[in-house]
Design a protein around this ligand. Structure first.
Ligand SMILES: [Zn+2]
Length: 225
């Protein structure tokens, strides 16, 4: 069942692991089939290098396991994934990582401002990456905690925990999670350079909204091909 979607889950879960966004069995990934509303999700406690698509668990939106071919249980953070699908129309993929710089800011409950332009690709309507209130992993409180921040953004820090990123497709959700980590690292470095608790200059929301791919790309006067 849903073989192609299961293969996507394995591909991007492994890519996340190899890129260092979530190691040691942490983090979890899912995709929703828009036709059946069934969700393919990573199993709990498995090394991703050993993961095959047969291990990916299929659940419905009521958290009932519909298929677990190799008998693995779904990730303990399944309720959070299902909550996203129930509350964000058009979202078919969730990536959840524990990347280090982003998680450090989540511990401080410090939203990440628009220090560089990439934030324009993250659906941050208010020009910053919000922080979801703490919810104990595996509980309904954790699932509830991401609802509000994901109303104003496609990505959020999760207090004292990690990062969540959502999109129509898993490849893009993972890319967003990677951008969050990159922004967090750049923000960390600028804070370090400035010191004394000073905040760096940020790109204003009006400027972020004006971004569009240029209508035509021309060489500047004097430039050669
Ligand atoms: Zn987690």
């Amino acid at each position: 069942m849903l073989e192609e979607l299961k293969k996507q889950v394995v591909q991007y879960a492994l890519a996340a692991d190899r890129s260092g966004l979530c190691k040691h069995r942490s983090g979890n990934f899912s995709v929703r089939d828009p036709e059946t509303n069934l969700v393919c999700i990573t199993p709990t406690g498995m090394d991703r290098e050993e993961l095959t698509y047969h291990d990916v668990v299929v659940m419905d939106l009521d958290a009932k396991v519909v298929e677990a071919e190799t008998g693995h249980r779904p990730t303990s953070e399944s309720l959070m994934h299902l909550m996203v699908y129930k509350t964000r129309p058009g979202i078919n993929a969730v990536a959840h990582t524990h990347s280090k710089f982003a998680t450090s800011f989540s511990i401080l409950k410090k939203p990440i401002p628009a220090v560089v332009y990439e934030i324009a690709n993250l659906g941050c309507k208010e020009g910053y990456i919000p922080v979801a209130e703490y919810g104990r992993p595996g509980t309904p409180a954790l699932a509830e905690s991401v609802v509000e921040p994901l109303k104003i953004s496609d990505v959020a820090l999760m207090e004292s925990h990690g990062v969540i990123a959502v999109d129509a497709v898993l490849k893009e959700a993972l890319l967003k999670a990677s951008y969050v980590e990159e922004l967090a690292e750049i923000y960390y470095r600028t804070l370090t350079i400035l010191g004394n608790g000073q905040e760096p200059h940020v790109v204003p929301p009006e400027e972020l909204q004006k971004w569009a791919y240029p209508q035509e790309i021309k060489l500047l006067p004097g430039e050669t091909k």
